[in-house]
Design a protein around this ligand. Structure first.
Ligand SMILES: [Zn+2]
Length: 296
């Protein structure tokens, strides 16, 4: 297996691993106006970002879908999230419409602590949503909020995975860190969760949650890229635990496409550079996300 240097090399990367492609558990698609405002936020380096963040794939939606197809990404989430009450149900409707016209997209919903949240989460699942995204950093809310308790229960009961931005990177805000989300798991130990960015920068605490709860996973989003390492190097002492978690199917490929300041290939190159071997990469880039997202 050769690590891809450019995006053109990506199909050769998964081909050499003997995979039918890639499954990316952390991709963003949103209604165009919301995506524009997210991009404007990255342009400004606002307080939740804290540094220059030039987005490479700032293209119309259909061009971004075509990019993923050209990379060989056979399935991907379409993560979106509200920053205030009253938005989530509308976003969920948009996400279902998006997934209906883009077959590779796993229908992805979201939620916010507000009255009626458990009901619209339940409805979204009935309507076909197969993954959720919760952004504790942008949302700035406490995952232990009483309004959310029933919603976590609905997700756990339905075994629908939720991708949670629960770590304090790039900037701590709201109720990030392993303790608030850990308290949710204490109440809902069967919840299928995917902790974004390997839980950065609180890797240790989030790895411990994955080691404790068999349905807690981690996604690789931005981890080990030069950009991310400049913000805070991954502690080398944790590498053996990452290898073990990956081998046991608990680490999922995630990238943050399109909101990344480097080519897509660089994420794969960074993971291949860990030297954990082809079997580890096969698990991370295909088998683990296929199981969690119910692909194939
Ligand atoms: Zn993201």
């Amino acid at each position: 297996m050769t690590a891809p240097l450019t995006d053109e090399d990506v199909p050769a990367f998964w081909g050499a691993l003997g995979l039918p492609g890639l499954i990316d558990a952390h991709v963003h698609f949103m209604p165009p106006r919301l995506m524009e405002s997210v991009w404007a936020y990255f342009d400004e380096p606002g307080p939740l970002i804290g540094r220059h963040w030039p987005i490479v794939y700032r293209e119309p939606e259909d061009a971004r879908v075509e990019r993923l197809r050209a990379f060989g990404v056979r399935a991907f989430t379409a993560l979106l999230y509200p920053h205030r009450p009253g938005m989530a149900a509308g976003l969920n409707a948009w996400a279902l419409e998006f997934a209906a016209r883009v077959p590779e997209a796993v229908p992805t919903g979201t939620l916010f602590p507000e009255p009626g949240v458990a009901a619209y989460v339940e409805r979204a699942i009935e309507d076909g949503v197969r993954a959720f995204k919760v952004h504790l950093q942008v949302g700035g809310f406490d995952p232990r909020a009483p309004e959310l308790d029933a919603a976590w229960g609905v997700l756990a009961e339905a075994a629908v995975p939720v991708v949670v931005h629960a770590g304090s990177g790039p900037v701590a805000h709201g109720f990030t860190g392993p303790e608030p989300f850990g308290a949710v798991l204490t109440r809902h130990p069967g919840l299928t969760a995917v902790v974004a960015h390997l839980g950065a920068p609180e890797y240790d605490g989030f790895f411990a949650l994955a080691e404790t709860y068999s349905r807690v996973h981690l996604d690789t989003t931005m981890a080990f890229t030069r950009f991310f390492e400049e913000m805070g190097a991954f502690p080398p002492a944790l590498l053996p635990r990452l290898r073990d978690l990956g081998e046991s199917g608990r680490v999922l490929l995630g990238t943050d496409f399109p909101n990344i300041p480097y080519p897509y290939a660089h994420q794969l190159q960074a993971l291949a550079g860990l030297g954990f071997g082809d079997a580890w990469l096969r698990e991370v880039c295909w088998h683990a996300p296929a199981r969690v997202l119910g692909v194939g």
